[in-house]
Write a protein that binds this ligand. Structure first.
Ligand code: ADP
Ligand code: MG
Length: 422
């Protein structure tokens, strides 16, 4: 393999990884998260979630008070400041009860675009009507896995309700991060420290806060969560601490232990390509570049994305076809890759270990013939029976470029795609 220059671009390589790759998680809606909060003794407002206009009036009738908060349910935050595709402002509205149905009508079925959805936005399929709260102050509180320390991190801020990333960047003193050893659990002194940080030192507030943080920590551990986030946690004018928003995400790898959580899945919120891939045992994550990659093994898939970036290209996806990819899996993988309209070229990078390269070559040939392909294709095969595999590809009549190293393959596909974009 030719020597690969590393620096100075090396430091930009890791920025190729989007949040999607780190997530390994399943999200649920706010109204579902709030039900879990209730189960764990964390105070939330009464509310009713509905999917059709016909249910609006009876749902609103169940909410106490003169005002109702109408909340669009999508798997993304920033709804309050979001905009709908038709220009209607705000996916969270504090309104008089008689206006609630009309507002909900504007949201249901509409596409909400927020800072977290990307420009395509998300279609609102559920409306949550909930009790309006008199807010005295807003805070931020979350529990997540801190991979660096292997511990559970509690992140707290007295500047909640706003963009927490902005607070972290501009006024980091307003954020406190506390690590909890999962073997020992959350300790009383840690709860007190958090309570004082928030200004909940007074006896009655301390009692409420202790129940909230203990409940959240237990929820996080019991259900294999990757994130429990409340933004904002509020102190009401009535001196009650409550969760006004709720975001809970779960580690996919723990889902088999929680069928009740799996049942909360809303597949309308997930990328259809990712769902399709799951059916064939393919690990596929859509990204926003234009070079599709098909790789066996997650580590090799990561390296392939890195090296595409290194040569100035952008991966369109992460795809690990697995160690035992057969012809059918490869055909399906091609189909999924080609559903992405941004794709301008494909890089197949397979290392034949247990899998033989001739089997892979046969799969690639069958897949291309079956699916039909008019995009540039670069194939790099290495490992067992590589000579036979290369020969089969050469004799197949398929228009493709072969490469004899990962660097060579990445450079070729990046150049081909750059050329045709000129
Ligand atoms: P998002 O984070 O997606 O914008 P939130 O649920 O946090 O949605 O709502 C945005 C803002 O709306 C909150 O910061 C809060 O100020 C206000 N809000 C949300 N729910 C209520 C409620 N039940 N009563 C009063 N105000 C609310
Ligand atoms: Mg919020």
């Amino acid at each position: 393999m030719p020597a690969l220059k590393v620096a100075p671009q090396a430091n930009r390589i890791n920025t190729a990884y989007p949040a999607a790759l780190i997530k390994i998680k399943m999200n649920i809606h706010e109204f579902q998260a709030k039900q879990l909060f209730k189960d764990y003794g964390v105070p939330v407002q009464d509310g009713v979630a509905v999917k059709t206009e016909a249910e609006f009036d009876s749902a609103i009738a169940k909410i106490p008070g003169d005002h109702v908060v109408v909340k669009a349910q999508i798997h993304a935050g920033g709804r309050g400041k979001g905009t709908f595709a038709d220009g209607f402002q705000g996916g969270v509205k504090f309104v008089k009860r008689e206006e609630a149905a009309a507002i909900a009508k504007k949201m249901l079925g509409n596409t909400l675009i927020t800072k977290q959805t990307g420009p395509a936005g998300k279609v609102v399929g559920t409306i949550f009507f909930t009790e309006a709260v008199d807010i005295a102050k807003e805070y931020y509180l979350s529990i997540l896995l801190d991979r660096a320390s292997g511990k559970v991190a509690i992140v707290a801020s007295t500047a909640g309700g706003m963009d927490i990333e902005k607070v972290a960047a501009e006024t980091p003193e307003q954020i406190m991060k506390m690590l909890v050893d999962p073997d020992i659990g959350l300790q009383a002194f840690q709860i007190r420290k958090l309570a004082f940080f928030f200004g909940f030192g007074e006896k009655e507030l301390m009692k409420q806060f202790k129940a909230i943080i203990s409940g959240l920590y237990k929820l996080f551990m019991d259900k294999d969560c990757s994130l429990v986030e409340i933004n904002p946690l509020v102190l009401t004018e009535q001196n009650r601490i409550e969760a006004l928003d709720a975001k809970v995400a779960f580690d996919d790898n723990g889902l088999f232990r929680h069928p009740e959580i799996e049942a909360l899945r809303d597949i309308h919120e997930e990328d259809p390509k990712e769902i399709e891939a799951g059916k064939y045992g393919l690990n596929y994550i859509a990204l926003d570049g234009n070079i599709a990659c098909m790789v066996n093994g997650a580590g090799l898939a990561m390296s392939t994305m890195d090296i595409i970036k290194y040569f100035g290209g952008n991966p369109a996806n992460f795809l690990d076809v697995g160690g035992g990819a057969n012809e059918e899996a490869i055909t399906q993988a091609f189909k999924i890759l080609l559903k992405d309209k941004n794709v301008k070229g494909i890089l197949v990078n397979i290392f034949g270990g247990i899998m033989r390269c001739d089997v892979i070559a046969a799969g690639v040939i069958a897949a291309v013939k079956n699916v039909g392909l008019n995009l540039p294709l670069v194939v790099r095969l290495e490992g067992t029976n590589v000579e036979l595999g290369r020969k089969m590809l050469a004799e197949s009549g398929i228009k493709l470029t072969t490469a004899d190293s990962l660097a060579d393959a990445a450079e070729k596909i990046v150049n081909i795609v750059a050329q045709q974009n000129k």
